[in-house]
Design a protein around this ligand. Sequence first.
Ligand code: ADP
Ligand code: MG
Length: 319
Amino acid sequence: MSDKIETLPEFALRAFDMEKTYPAQKGLPPIRALKGVSLDIRRGSIFGLLGPNGAGKSTLINIFAGLVKKTGGRGEIWGVDIDQNPRQARAAIGVVPQEINMDPFFTPIESLEYQAGFYGVPKKERRSMEILEAMGLADKANAYVRSLSGGMKRRLLMAKALVHSPPVLVLDEPTAGVDIELRKQLWNYVRELNARGATIILTTHYLEEAQELCDTIAIINHGEVVACEAKEKLLKRMDHKTLTIQPKERLEQIPQSLSDLQAELDEAGALHIRYRAGTQSVGQLIEQVRASGISISDLQTQEPDLEDVFLSLTSGSPS
Ligand code: ADP
Ligand code: MG
């Protein structure tokens, strides 16, 4: 990037009390998809917007992309208000949409050149081929789009979002439906872009993805931000895991000597014990279970899933 350091904004993207209500249709009531979302996304970060399906992630992204009209609040991209200066604001952002939606009559290289033209990138500054190469699509530059696999189309969408070298790149569910190999490749590329200075914002409903890639994570549920902080801090707040024990003999009830644990017996006879990974040791838990007279036929530990995270973050607060 050619910008001088002192002219760079502190925040790549900001939302102030953003609201979206989709109007009623076909006898269904209106949907309040965003209920006053405020976010400050720092320049240079890899920011994860994590939430289950229907949380409002795409709605928020699409407002910044200019694809959805907000019904309230304010937004800034790269320090520029999206209502006052929409063109300037959008020049700073590249959005890779969740839905694969492409013109089937353009080849990948044509598609990128068209996009570059749309953004007014001068011919000599275009790097269409270089971008296709980085996305592993060089050999498909002149192929029919309809002959590309789903994964290739997704990479082409990402390539299109990169043609105007935006300092802010937004990826909406980049790896949904993408195989593991390609996922790793995409993650590496995202890290590389970030290392070269781009701010990356990605939405995901995979805790693992946010955990792996992002330095800051906001959790959004039912159109509200329920948490937003540095990844390490957030993970510490939700470090409970579950130890599942299959007893050799069927238990009728949880032994008295385990009453200090957060234990539950399921219908299949398995014993689930929730514990805090940071402070409780699995070894000691197993000892305690054995000491209560249970012989263990099988055991495993589970990481918290998104559902657990929401429960632990929202428990005790009205929703
Ligand atoms: P996410 O991306 O987190 O899965 P969305 O932003 O797609 O969530 O959806 C948030 C809510 O808004 C959902 O209840 C969804 O059904 C609703 N919604 C999304 N797009 C539209 C639309 N075009 N018209 C009406 N409702 C919509
Ligand atoms: Mg979505």
